[in-house]
Design a protein around this ligand. Structure first.
Ligand SMILES: [Zn+2]
Length: 353
């Protein structure tokens, strides 16, 4: 059941901000984007590329007296297809807009298909290295083309006109926000801080409901020569996410404006809850590894997945759980709690110190 799309001026502090809930065909049921009715007319994120999403955006803009061709700028919180998917469509519909995104996520937006292809291919190696069984690896391999199709159906490369960095300002005639680089969910996730009004746009880094997932993928085809296990360098999203969230502790924003789950009134509590969610999981894994080390045992990420989660989950669940555990092991290694070695079969095994 589609709910209301347009939430007109939900915040008295900045009546020019409108929240739009656009439908998704996967996962959560809608994504929140923000239309800033000021000069230049700006969207913060666009929603996924789909007929339903475009129709919802058109109807909300129409209610406000605009059309999609009037949009002059899109600022993206990050390079996921449910946030940038529609940009190219808006351009095709006549919008002469500028698209701004953090420099680290710009390749995902400008060259979506090749980035997705590379990451889907690399995921097999990542999971093999994590000890996934041949059955799971085969299923992931078989699913690769379906996953690619789904990505390409909902996202489309588009030109980036400005690559943003920490401290940059995004300005309108009547106000401005500051860019905070907040990696984790993606490498180039950014937050937009409106200090004067006490608002913070948080994308998927801090959400109204649920917790953000962190990306994990190889950065380079060659192994890191400084690493004793000869691992390929990776973007370690969960390590980054923890660091980014800790930087946000103690914030006194009146409102968070996330990509999911409504508007958030209690910024600090929501940030702390998200940190706690991951801390609890890390502690549980740490305890398990400590226990195994006492019995002189080491584990792979996939062993942990088998021990911690019920069997026969869907392939997508398996993938999500494995990525969470790979991220957790990254954090424990970063904290100096575990040591990792590469077994003769190439799989990485971890042991508590
Ligand atoms: Zn996202």
């Amino acid at each position: 059941m589609p709910g209301r799309v347009l939430h007109r001026s939900p915040l008295p502090e900045r009546p020019q901000i409108h929240m739009l809930s656009l439908p998704l065909e996967w996962e959560l049921e809608s994504t929140q984007v923000y239309f800033i009715e000021d000069d230049p007319l700006t969207l913060i994120d666009t929603g996924v590329k789909s007929r339903a999403s475009l129709a919802a955006l058109e109807s909300a803009l129409d209610e406000l007296g605009y059309g999609v061709a009037d949009i002059e700028r899109v600022v993206l919180t990050h390079g996921h297809r449910d946030h940038f998917g529609l940009v190219e469509t808006l351009r095709e519909r006549g919008a002469r807009l500028e698209c701004w995104v953090h420099e680290a996520d710009a390749p995902m937006v400008e060259d979506f298909e090749s980035v997705v292809r590379a990451r889907l291919g690399d995921a097999l190696e990542l999971f093999r290295e994590s000890g996934a069984t041949s059955d799971v690896l085969e299923r992931i391999e078989d699913d690769r083309f379906h996953a690619l199709d789904q990505n390409l159906a909902e996202g489309q490369s588009t030109r980036v006109d400005r690559a943003l960095r920490e401290g940059d300002r995004v300005e309108w005639k009547d106000f401005a926000v500051r860019v905070l680089h907040s990696p984790g969910h993606t490498p180039g996730h950014l937050l937009l801080e409106d200090e004067a009004a006490g608002l913070l746009f948080t994308g998927d880094q801090v959400m109204g409901q649920g917790v953000p997932r962190a990306e994990t993928f190889y950065l380079n085809a060659l192994p890191d020569p400084a690493d004793a296990c000869r691992r390929r360098p990776r973007f370690q999203g969960l390590v980054e996410l923890r660091r980014s969230l800790r930087r946000l502790r103690g914030r006194s924003d009146k409102w968070l404006l996330p990509g999911f789950g409504g508007l958030v009134r209690r910024a600090d509590r929501t940030v702390r809850d998200t940190i706690l969610y991951y801390d609890v999981r890390l502690q549980r894994i740490d305890r398990g590894l400590r226990h195994l080390a006492a019995m002189d045992q080491e584990v792979t990420a996939f062993d942990l997945r088998t021990a911690l989660f019920p069997p026969d989950e869907s392939l997508e669940q398996t993938r999500v759980q494995l990525l969470l555990l790979i991220g957790a092991l990254d954090c424990l290694e970063q904290d100096g709690l575990i040591v990792t070695r590469r077994r003769s079969d190439g799989v990485l095994a971890h042991r508590h110190r």
